[in-house]
Design a protein around this ligand. Structure first.
Ligand code: ZN
Length: 143
């Protein structure tokens, strides 16, 4: 069944940058007891995008908004003291930008938001201002 996607939501995993996708997925399943992953896509430090779930299915990114959302996350987002930090690699930024462009072409009605832009969210996720970043981003190596 096609979903009515209203939001394309950007997250960070809030894990150490060296965290592995399989461990994050196991954590959701075993520690949190989730049936579906937290996000549809995870972007690794090298810019590789791992697809965790079909966009037609609901993942667990933002409470009360998951039915209408596609969730995308980068590995990282906190420093050694668990403080929010935008520590995306240039490869992650580029992959994220391209994926957001592709998703917004697929879902032209959808808004791109950070997790923290939703009402009632206390987390800093994704540790940067998505709207400002999208406006100012210039892919590195492009002249
Ligand atoms: Zn989040």
């Amino acid at each position: 069944m096609k979903r009515n996607i209203k939001y394309i939501v950007v997250h960070c995993t809030a894990t150490p940058p060296e965290a592995k996708v399989e461990n994050i997925v196991r954590y959701w399943k075993e520690q949190l007891g989730w049936k579906n992953p937290g996000y549809h896509y995870i972007i690794k430090r090298n810019g590789e995008i791992v697809s965790l779930l079909s966009e037609d299915l609901v993942s667990n990114g933002v409470k009360n908004y998951n039915q209408q959302s596609v969730h995308i996350s980068y590995i990282g987002g906190i420093d050694k003291n668990n403080k929010p930090v935008d520590n995306r690699t240039p490869e992650q930024k580029k992959a994220m930008f391209n994926k957001l462009v592709a998703l917004s072409e697929k879902y032209p009605e959808a808004q791109i938001k950070g997790h923290r832009d939703f009402p009632g969210v206390i987390k800093a996720c994704p540790s940067f201002d998505v709207r400002t970043w999208l406006k100012d981003y210039i892919p590195e190596g492009v002249t």
